[in-house]
Design a protein around this ligand. Structure first.
Ligand SMILES: [Zn+2]
Ligand SMILES: [Zn+2]
Length: 65
């Protein structure tokens, strides 16, 4: 019973390209962010260095805990 061990992630549409695909979302148009997904508090979804320019907080890979 170690469900808490790994954080859950969900797909969120990349704010930088709005789903079109760009280098920040690996050309998929979506990024995996920690659930529940929430917009980056630094830029409010505009994209900044803190969210890897995806507009989302808790980006998988960048901020693994
Ligand atoms: Zn993108
Ligand atoms: Zn940001």
């Amino acid at each position: 019973m170690t469900d808490q061990e790994h954080p859950r992630y969900e797909k969120a549409r990349c704010c930088h390209c709005e789903g079109a695909g760009c280098i920040y979302c690996d050309k998929t148009g979506y990024v995996l962010v920690k659930a529940p997904s929430c917009l980056c508090r630094h830029c409010g979804g505009a994209g900044c260095i803190y969210c890897g320019f995806t507009g989302w907080a808790g980006l998988k890979g960048k901020y693994d805990e």
